[in-house]
Write a protein that binds this ligand. Structure first.
Ligand SMILES: C[S@@+](CC[C@H](N)C(=O)[O-])C[C@H]1O[C@@H](n2cnc3c(N)ncnc32)[C@H](O)[C@@H]1O
Length: 301
């Protein structure tokens, strides 16, 4: 099974506008599909920093001296680039979320298709598993995360059921969680979709995905050259909203900041009107491309 099939590969690389001698960062290396396409366009003086918080991704690393692999959360991009004495970057690509490998490897605990420990950490040295979240959050916090990250209806019923179930026995496996969701939503025709939303919500919480993205976005103005580009593939409306807000206004909450004289300054300009989506052929071939939204920001003076 392939580690990951990259989404919107050609279009995202085209929009990155790779300059052969440029310095780039692929912040979500995964199976390396986007990285390999960038390397093809770089000459021997170009360079690519490949970040991933999952060490397993680096089994896909090509043997190429133009790469610096970085096993880290991209939320710490600035620190790492300083550490490597990197120049301002010509471009960055961020392909958010999990890889197919995460969903296809039962023991990583991301998928309701298998019965495995409820882990869901992208970084296997990360501090908190999904089982720990289910064991420690109170009913309100659980409801909140299922509503916010899973847009789940009757989320409070599920949260209540989790709190009741864990008094009897710890929820430690994906199979136990699946059964609990089934017991709450019964024979709902959309059970698969509900399961996907529950698992997605937990995964986003375990990996603090939106917090990492926010921390990354606010660092970018200091790290990208004028004219450099940031290409982002988002798979969840909350991620996409942060990206859109940031490129439009320079802040993740979408509020334009003004100086004493009322002037605004936005470090990036959005290059495409609205998010680009995958075309029909790709939608048919790669189900993951269905929710993909591609946005590109260009650093302005
Ligand atoms: C959708 S996959 C990327 C696929 C890649 N573009 C390719 O062509 O194969 C997302 C990858 O980003 C990594 N990732 C997610 N959030 C991260 C973060 N905050 N910091 C570093 N890596 C992250 C995941 O571990 C996963 O391997």
């Amino acid at each position: 099974m392939p580690y990951h099939s990259p989404v919107l590969l050609e279009r995202s690389i085209e929009l990155l506008k790779v300059s052969p001698s440029g310095y780039y960062a692929d912040l979500t290396f995964g199976g390396g599909g986007h990285s390999r396409a960038i390397l093809e366009l770089l000459d021997s003086t170009g360079h690519l920093y490949c970040f991933d918080r999952d060490e397993e991704a680096f089994t896909n690393l090509p043997d190429d001296s133009r790469i610096t692999p970085v096993h880290a959360n991209y939320a710490h991009l600035s620190r790492w680039l300083h550490y490597f004495h990197a120049p301002l970057l010509d471009g960055v690509i961020v392909d958010l979320g999990v890889s197919s490998h995460h969903l296809d490897e039962p023991e990583r605990g991301f998928s309701y298709r298998f019965d495995a420990p409820l882990d869901m950490r992208m970084n296997q040295q990360g501090r908190r598993t999904a089982a720990e979240v289910l064991a420690s959050y109170d009913e309100n916090a659980l409801t909140d995360l299922f509503v916010r990250y899973g847009e789940l209806r009757s989320a409070n019923k599920l949260a209540k059921a989790i709190v009741a179930a864990r008094k009897v026995t710890a929820l430690e496996t994906t199979g136990q969680l699946r059964e609990l969701v089934q017991s709450v939503y019964g024979r709902d025709a959309h059970l698969q979709k509900i399961l996907a939303c529950v698992f997605q919500a937990l995964r986003i919480e375990v990996n603090a995905e939106l917090q990492s993205l926010e921390r990354l976005l606010v660092q970018l103005p200091e790290l990208i050259k004028v004219g450099g580009r940031v290409v982002v593939l988002a798979y969840h409306s909350l991620e996409d909203k942060l990206v859109k807000n940031f490129f439009r206004t320079g802040s993740c909450d979408g509020i334009l900041e003004r100086d004493l004289f009322g002037n605004t300054h936005t470090p990036f300009t959005l290059l495409n009107k609205g998010a680009e989506r995958a075309r029909t052929e790709e939608l048919n071939e790669n189900s993951r491309s269905r929710s993909a939204r591609l946005r590109v920001g260009e650093r302005v003076d």
